[in-house]
Design a protein around this ligand. Structure first.
Ligand code: FES
Ligand code: FES
Length: 164
């Protein structure tokens, strides 16, 4: 299949990638951009291990064709830390034991990050809805909810300090 050029901004840097029209965003991010933090769990939109943020929305990148992402802004799990410093959500995941084997963690982080981008005071139900597409075979869901609540509290207090 002929390759086409796909231009997208990934974690703040513009990338010009080549891919066949049938390639998924997941495979292009992993194999062309070298961002292997995003995982392929099922290739069929069922597990959420491949979630990235595309133009502000969490998507299963295994279900998006790479050309559909032309011109878009993408954040992958590698883009969460700022200057190599873990962000409140990432620290909270570690502190609340929001994972066991880690298979689902990158997708969970991205779904939760997307939630916190639009809602710094989510209810338990809103958190569960945000991660409803993320399967955790180790059933670490309670830890994930706790982590999001902890990170949201820290981010609200950071916001408050900024505005004082
Ligand atoms: S790998 Fe995309 S949803 Fe499972
Ligand atoms: S921590 Fe093992 S699948 Fe979620």
């Amino acid at each position: 299949m002929a390759e086409i050029d796909i231009r997208m901004t990934v974690n703040g840097s513009v990338q010009q990638l080549k891919a066949g029209a049938g390639r998924t965003l997941l495979s292009v991010l992993r194999e062309e951009a070298g961002l292997t933090g995003t995982k392929d769990g099922c290739s069929s939109g069922d597990c959420g291990a491949c979630v990235v943020i595309l133009d502000g929305q969490p998507v299963n990148s295994c279900m998006v064709l790479a050309p559909q992402a032309e011109g878009s802004q993408i954040t992958t799990v590698e883009g969460l830390a700022v200057d190599d410093e873990l962000q409140p959500l990432q620290r909270a995941f570690a502190e609340t034991w929001a994972f066991q084997c880690g298979f689902c963690t990158q997708g969970m982080l991205m779904s939760c990050h997307a939630l916190l981008m639009s809602n710094l005071n989510p209810t338990r139900e809103e958190i569960l809805t945000a991660i409803s597409g993320n399967l955790c075979r180790c059933t670490a869901y309670q830890g994930v909810v706790k982590a999001v609540e902890q990170a949201a509290a820290e981010m609200r207090s950071q916001d408050q300090n900024r505005h004082e």
